[in-house]
Design a protein around this ligand. Structure first.
Ligand code: DX5
Ligand code: ZN
Length: 235
């Protein structure tokens, strides 16, 4: 009797690495972005802070416009700002691909998400560590990205908040239950020690600042280390 051989197909997740340029040396930002691009990263994560929603100030649309010219990779603009609706047109014009707003910063989140869509951009919603996933349950099918913060936003180089792993798992279940193909991003304290846990929990986009831009090693070595850790954890 000839038995048919069945090959079990397991879809292997492909994780996208998104360096946060917040940790880069701004005096040679172009160079540092080129290094990351050459090392094979997938996105750039751009942290916009207004000194109100978070206690730190970074950069605005003109910086986004400049970096748009030097990379072909998609830009995820993480808007840690109050009144996001007011600035969406400018960041859309500047060349962001994903515009990610904080659930806590918008009074009418449905409207904000659709405003981003109307500007031809992919809407994302970020959740602070204390914000439950139920806060965006009604909008899961309206967005292209959900970003789970695993630090309180405002600064790079902070300690990973461990309860974020379970939150990512629950968000993954919700996205799957809704049939959503949105990217599930994780941001804050992602490094060689934490990356396997967040990827295993179901994140698809891994944002890393200080683990990629570090004086300890080159960007290429840091990217290889993170990819190697992921590969080891999943074989
Ligand atoms: C924090 C920012 C993060 C930050 C991550 O408010 O949203 O994107 O750059 O930095 P690391 O990876 O160093 O925690
Ligand atoms: Zn960020």
């Amino acid at each position: 009797m000839v038995r048919k051989r069945h090959t079990r197909m397991i879809a292997k997740p492909t994780w996208k690495l998104a360096p946060s340029i917040l940790a880069a040396d701004f005096s040679r930002l172009g160079e540092q972005m080129a290094e990351a691009e050459a090392a094979g990263v997938d996105y750039f994560h751009v942290d916009v802070m207004d000194g109100h929603f978070v206690p730190n100030i970074t950069f605005g649309p003109s910086v986004v416009e400049s970096i748009r010219k030097i990379t072909k990779l998609p830009l995820d603009i993480h808007l840690m700002i109050e009144n996001p609706d007011q600035y969406i047109p400018q960041f859309a014009r500047a060349g962001g691909d994903f515009l990610t707003v904080h659930a806590e910063a918008s009074k009418h989140l449905h409207q904000t998400v659709h405003l981003i869509r109307e500007h031809g951009k992919k809407p994302g919603i970020a959740l602070n560590p204390a914000t439950p996933i139920t806060a965006i349950e009604e909008l899961v099918n309206d967005v292209d990205l959900i970003l789970i913060m695993t630090v309180n936003p405002g600064f790079g180089g902070q300690q990973f908040i461990k309860s974020g792993v379970d939150k990512i798992k629950r968000m993954r279940q919700l996205l799957d239950a809704c049939g959503s193909k949105a990217e599930l991003a994780v941001d804050g304290g992602v490094n060689a020690q934490t990356i396997a846990d967040v990827a295993g929990a179901g994140a698809t986009m891994l944002v890393a600042g200080s683990a990629i831009y570090t004086p300890k090693e080159s960007v290429a070595t840091a990217v290889q280390r993170l990819r190697g850790t992921l590969a080891k954890a999943t074989t």
